[in-house]
Design a protein around this ligand. Structure first.
Ligand SMILES: Cc1cc2nc3c(=O)[nH]c(=O)nc-3n(C[C@H](O)[C@H](O)[C@H](O)COP(=O)(O)OP(=O)(O)OC[C@H]3O[C@@H](n4cnc5c(N)ncnc54)[C@H](O)[C@@H]3O)c2cc1C
Ligand SMILES: *[C@@H]1O[C@H](CO)[C@@H](O)[C@H](O)[C@H]1NC(C)=O
Ligand SMILES: *[C@@H]1O[C@H](CO)[C@@H](O)[C@H](O)[C@H]1NC(C)=O
Ligand SMILES: *[C@@H]1O[C@H](CO)[C@@H](O)[C@H](O)[C@H]1NC(C)=O
Ligand SMILES: *[C@@H]1O[C@H](CO)[C@@H](O)[C@H](O)[C@H]1NC(C)=O
Ligand SMILES: *[C@@H]1O[C@H](CO)[C@@H](O)[C@H](O)[C@H]1NC(C)=O
Length: 451
């Protein structure tokens, strides 16, 4: 079934989800008379948005077949024009373990890993011989692929040479240029205070947004792609929550860059800690963790003006507090990982640190659907810390859901995965469990107080 084409669309949020949607709509002939506006609270690129950073890992090996297929489609494009000019580097991704690491044991490594690769027809062996996956049986093998680091980087693991990383900000700038070149989308700056709800209780409708200065922007269809800030605009308790993730950066000398720059990304799957190979003399250490919750009491987003409040986790970033750094707990985790892997850089001070916000859902499936209550409202969020790699293809998939189109088998599967949940998480705050590192249940304020 094809949905009616709205005469105006307002996309709120210019991250991966919003900007890619704008690009797809701008290319659709049936939208040629539709006014498409992209609104963001900050000028592009918004430096505290999840989509803007020096790097994001691009790794297609999901246990879930649908994301795997979609990632493979994205990767084809990353390897082409979309990833040109250094926007994508196929550096490989090394998953490294110690004997004592519990989640993935030696059995998994030696058994299922080999089988998985063989089944998929991936060529095993050293990269120099065209191998796509290299199994690393001991420390020496690891040092043979993760080079010029004197520390202890693991006892076993594997490198998937078909993975890599994207320069997140540069690829977003590239997409922005593509959108601008269509001449179909207007960009506006402004922060949405709340949605514009119709007064009629019998047919609840969203007919646009109200900005902080009380001005209104009306549209036949409003698409919320506001990432981790979405729980400020919709009641998503038990559906999606913002979780703060830690990033820390050091500067390198050109010779250090030369030494380390050719390495694969390194990921410890039990602690969630990872290092992205340095580019432009900057090295990044980070953690894929349960993250920090930042409970904040706000006016009930769906009952503005009533005085009713709710408490939800929302991002706090350098835009709110220029002196905000990662808490001591996270600083220590990054420092220990750096010291352990590259002791020669272990005491190098961070040039800066950052808390970056995931929009976590219970299953880590995204939330891409019409709102079940309000007509005129569509939501595209819930990235759960793994949305970036899909940048080249996510917009057309979002638009498929929007237009209720079925292009292939994947369309149906994705629509099911991304649909509005029938059940809520057992607590109002969502903690996602996909091999996250760090402690579960940390509260940002409490951790900052310990710092
Ligand atoms: C630290 C970190 C590491 C990650 N690593 C990876 C990785 O290695 N691989 C991977 O695939 N993915 C990764 N991800 C996930 C990926 O980056 C996200 O899934 C994706 O960027 C989310 O995009 P988004 O459009 O939902 O959100 P965002 O990029 O945050 O965009 C939301 C936009 O909405 C705007 N906005 C919010 N509220 C309002 C308002 N009220 N009014 C107007 N505008 C508003 C914001 O300014 C922002 O620009 C990572 C994420 C983080 C945070
Ligand atoms: C390596 O990546 C490919 C896709 O590029 C994936 O199909 C495969 O499962 C991955 N192998 C392992 C062992 O992770
Ligand atoms: C790997 O394949 C072999 C031979 O088919 C099989 O005996 C073994 O159980 C498999 N191991 C795992 C962990 O799947
Ligand atoms: C990975 O992290 C775990 C937990 O912190 C630690 O015990 C292990 O030694 C680390 N392994 C590597 C290879 O860094
Ligand atoms: C779109 O909105 C405008 C004004 O907000 C309204 O006049 C028009 O009827 C709407 N069109 C559709 C197709 O809903
Ligand atoms: C290791 O260092 C040498 C000398 O600086 C450099 O040529 C080589 O590319 C480095 N290897 C990697 C994997 O970065």
């Amino acid at each position: 079934m094809l949905k009616d084409v709205p005469s105006s669309v307002l996309i709120v949020g210019s991250g991966v989800f919003g900007l890619s949607t704008a690009y797809n709509l701008a290319q659709r002939p049936e939208f040629k008379d539709t006014k498409v506006t992209v609104l963001d609270r900050l000028d592009f690129p918004a430096h505290d948005a999840a989509s803007i950073d020096s790097s994001r890992i691009v790794r297609p090996d999901y246990p879930d077949a649908a994301y795997s297929k979609l990632a493979a489609q994205a990767q084809k494009l990353w390897r082409g024009d979309f990833g040109a000019e250094g926007r994508y580097s196929e550096s490989g991704l090394a998953i490294l373990l110690d004997d004592e690491d519990s989640k993935l044991g030696r059995a998994y490594m030696e058994g299922s890993l080999r089988n998985v690769s063989l089944k998929l027809g991936l060529k095993q062996g050293p990269r120099s011989e065209g191998g796509q996956v290299t199994v690393l049986d001991d420390e020496e093998a690891i040092k043979g692929v993760v080079k010029n680091m004197s520390g202890h980087i693991g006892k076993l693991g594997y490198v998937n040479w078909t993975s890599g990383w994207a320069h997140a900000e540069n690829a977003m700038l590239h997409l922005r240029r593509l959108v601008e070149a269509t001449n179909r989308v207007s960009f506006q700056r402004g922060e949405v205070a709340h949605l514009l709800f119709s007064p009629s209780p019998s047919s609840p409708t969203v007919s646009g947004v109200v900005l902080n200065d009380a001005s209104e922007l009306r549209a036949n269809l409003t698409i919320l792609a506001t990432g981790a800030w979405t729980p400020r605009l919709l009641d998503l308790r038990g559906i999606a929550s913002a979780s703060g993730q830690i990033l820390a950066y050091i500067d390198l000398t050109p010779s250090e860059q030369e030494k380390l720059g050719g390495n694969p990304c390194m990921l410890n799957e039990s602690s969630g800690m990872f290092i992205i190979p340095p580019a432009n003399n900057v090295l990044k250490v980070a953690r894929h963790g349960y993250g920090y919750a930042n409970p904040t009491t706000i006016p009930h987003p769906e009952r503005p003006g009533t005085g009713e409040t709710i408490t939800v986790s929302l991002p706090r970033t350098k835009t709110d507090d220029p002196h905000l750094n990662i808490p001591a707990e996270g600083d220590r985790a990054c420092r220990d990982f750096l010291k352990r892997c590259i002791p020669e850089l272990g005491d190098r001070p961070w040039t800066h640190t950052r808390i970056c916000w995931y929009t976590d859902t219970p299953s880590s499936d995204w939330l891409i659907d019409y709102h079940p209550t309000y007509s005129g409202l569509f939501v595209a969020t819930g990235g759960s810390g793994h949305g970036y790699k899909f940048l080249p293809v996510i917009g057309e998939r979002i638009a498929e859901v929007l237009m209720e189109e079925t292009r292939d088998e994947l369309s149906e599967e994705l629509r099911r995965k991304w649909s509005w949940p029938k059940e809520k998480f057992r607590t109002e705050h969502v903690w996602t469990d996909d091999w996250r590192g760090g402690a579960k249940g940390m509260i940002l304020d409490e951790e900052l107080k310990k710092s």
